[in-house]
Design a protein around this ligand. Structure first.
Ligand code: F6P
Length: 319
């Protein structure tokens, strides 16, 4: 390939810039031209494409967000949108594309690959919910941010003898919740993957109180939601004053951790190797610290196991 494009799509994730940098530098090292496609698939539909040079990606490895901007693009789900995107690729001479994003973005990459523009996906989402990869870019930074926030909440909960109900992101997946809960010594972790009841949560608080503890952290995954209502019910049922905090989009920002920067650099580099061999319709990921790649459809049909063992440990050691 002589010319490839790179785009970021879906929710941003810290480390996306490091991945863009790796794609640009690896592409140029292989003698290819690299263009940036702006605001996800919208950039392909609208022809918002600009050349990226070695220096376009200087001084970005440590920044959160994405220099290419990002978006979720409804138009790309329809044939008309896909044909417009293909036309842009032909007009700009783009022979392959690296797509950094989540499941939804990979569906678009598969559709475009099927229309003759080979795409390679890189898992970039704080949720860690891509089944073919044990790790997704942004996950570690988001968890560290959540952990820091919960540590701060602990200070004030402790001072007031309160219960802090903290809602963390993750869409329908509880990975951020379970890891943050373990790291912050949460009394109870509520995730969509595991059945729970308010009575169980309150019983655990009461039992823990009997051992002399007066402040509590309850981590709730966004897929469960209702953290405000959960806090009210805890207060009513246990008499412990409770406050709910939704951490929200703060978890998506900030300077990426070393793990995110390294994973992004490796995955970006490897995605370009695939395109340079003419391979498309693939997703690259990490399994047992090794880089692997799968057919996109196969990757999308895979199921990721939940961390039940970690959840059990958390349950047994937090009282
Ligand atoms: O997929 C990343 C994520 O932050 C999820 O955790 C969350 O459910 C969603 O995106 C929020 O999306 P938006 O930024 O569109 O509100």
């Amino acid at each position: 390939m002589n010319k490839i494009g790179v785009l970021t799509s879906g929710g941003d994730a810290p480390g996306m810039n490091a991945a863009i940098r790796a794609v640009v530098r690896a592409g140029i090292s292989k003698g290819m031209e690299v263009v940036g496609i702006y605001r996800g698939y919208n950039g392909l539909i609208n022809g918002d494409v600009k050349p990226l040079t070695v220096r376009s990606v200087s001084d970005v490895i440590h920044h959160g967000g994405t220099l290419l901007y990002t978006a979720r693009c409804k138009e790309f789900r329809f044939e008309e949108g896909l044909q417009k995107a293909k036309k842009t690729c032909i007009e700009h001479g783009i022979e392959g594309i690296v797509v950094i994003g989540g499941d939804g973005s990979f569906r678009g990459a598969a559709d475009l690959s099927a229309r003759g523009i080979p795409c390679v996906g890189i898992p970039g989402t704080i949720d860690n919910d891509i089944s073919m990869s044990e790790y997704t870019i942004g996950y570690d930074t988001a968890m560290n941010t959540a952990m820091e926030m919960v540590d701060k909440l602990r200070d004030t909960s402790q001072s007031h003898d309160r219960c802090s109900v903290v809602e963390v992101m993750g869409r329908n997946a509880g990975y951020i919740a379970v890891n943050t809960g373990v790291a912050c010594g949460a009394t109870y972790i509520i995730v969509p993957e595991i059945p729970w009841s308010i009575d169980e949560v309150c019983d655990k608080i009461k039992r823990t109180r009997e051992t002399g503890k007066h402040h509590f952290i309850i981590v709730v995954s966004e897929g469960v939601g209702n953290s405000g209502e959960i806090a009210k019910q805890i207060e009513r049922n246990t008499g412990v004053e409770s406050r709910a905090t939704i951490l929200g989009h703060v978890q998506r920002g900030g300077s990426p951790t070393i793990r995110d920067r390294v994973a992004a650099s490796e995955l970006g580099y490897y995605a370009v190797q695939l395109l340079s061999k003419g391979k498309g319709n693939r997703v690259v990921g990490l399994q047992k610290n090794q880089i692997v790649d799968y057919d996109i459809q196969e990757a999308l049909s895979m199921k990721k196991p939940f961390e039940f063992d970690l959840y059990k440990i958390a349950d047994e050691i937090s009282f």
